[in-house]
Write a protein that binds this ligand. Structure first.
Ligand SMILES: NC(=O)c1ccc[n+]([C@@H]2O[C@H](COP(=O)([O-])OP(=O)(O)OC[C@H]3O[C@@H](n4cnc5c(N)ncnc54)[C@H](O)[C@@H]3O)[C@@H](O)[C@H]2O)c1
Length: 255
């Protein structure tokens, strides 16, 4: 590392108790970051925290609801107190409430908007003073290939397209402070979220994966580590001139 490069400090990963968030937390810890493993249920974060500390890293579990203003703000305060001032935020927490429009309830719409959009807004607003103060920071937001349109996901698709606009605007607002803001839009990634989709369609997960694979250029479906690798790139000090971008991690050309 040259003398002008940044040493890793503290990173916050939301929705990190499992799936993509857990893989991102593990990966950032490997890169030397102290990681706040944030999820709704603090006890559910214990496994990931243990894995990181067993591997010689630093991590704490933080229970918080990203869609709740007070909860998001106190979570960031806790991270500052217990782990150090954060300079990296990965807005990964997410839910799906899929249904065709005519069957979609107002609660299905609001819940998805609240976690993805309001959550990313609240967490980023709470953390940004630290990034600005440090004159260095990285925000990575999880969008989705569903932003391009996906049957049964009017709410999720709108939220994930919104995340892309949010990303581009923050890249402009925070750029002068040495903060980059990028989005990753995964295609199909094997997690409990996609397993639940298969279950809803009453299809064995392996069968669902086979069906999905037919439309993917790559010879396999995605795994959480594919997304974690992309996050590691955006967080790297060397990626400082890459901002406001949406990277599709989908095993083929999308976007
Ligand atoms: N799996 C995929 O194929 C895929 C594709 C594109 C985008 N994504 C996005 O990637 C992200 C992670 O997805 P995943 O597949 O790992 O999902 P997952 O369901 O396995 O994990 C999501 C995590 O977010 C947490 N969470 C939900 N609401 C929260 C809240 N209000 N506050 C704090 N934490 C909350 C959950 O408890 C869970 O641990 C999501 O934003 C998702 O939309 C996933």
């Amino acid at each position: 590392m040259s003398s002008t490069e940044r040493a890793p400090g503290t990173a916050v990963v939301t929705g990190a108790a499992r799936g993509i968030g857990a893989a991102v937390a593990r990966r950032l810890a490997q890169e030397g970051w102290a990681v706040a493993v944030l999820d709704l249920d603090e006890s559910a974060c214990a496994g990931v925290v243990q894995e990181i500390t067993d591997a010689g890293g630093r991590a704490v579990a933080v229970g918080a609801d990203v869609a709740d203003e007070a909860s998001a703000e106190s979570a960031v305060t806790r991270v500052v107190d217990e782990l150090g001032v954060p300079t990296v935020l990965v807005n990964n927490a997410g839910i799906t409430r899929d249904n065709l429009l005519f069957k979609m309830t107002t609660a299905d719409w609001d819940d998805v908007m609240n976690v993805h959009l309001r959550g990313a807004f609240l967490m980023t607003r709470a953390i940004q003073p630290h990034l600005v103060e440090a004159r260095w920071g990285r925000v990575v937001n999880l969008s989705s290939s569903s932003a391009l349109g996906n049957r049964g996901q009017a709410n999720y698709s709108a939220a994930k397209a919104g995340v892309q606009g949010f990303t581009k605007t923050l890249a402009i607002e925070l750029g002068k402070f040495g903060v980059t803001v990028n989005a990753i839009a995964p295609g199909f990634i094997e997690t409990e979220m996609t397993a639940a989709t298969a279950e809803r369609l009453r299809m064995p997960f392996e069968e669902f994966k086979k069906q999905i694979l037919a439309a993917i250029a790559a010879p396999r479906t995605g795994v959480p580590e594919d997304v974690a690798n992309a996050v590691a790139f955006f967080v790297d000090d060397a990626a400082g001139y890459v901002s406001g971008q949406v990277l599709y991690v989908a095993g083929g050309p999308l976007g």
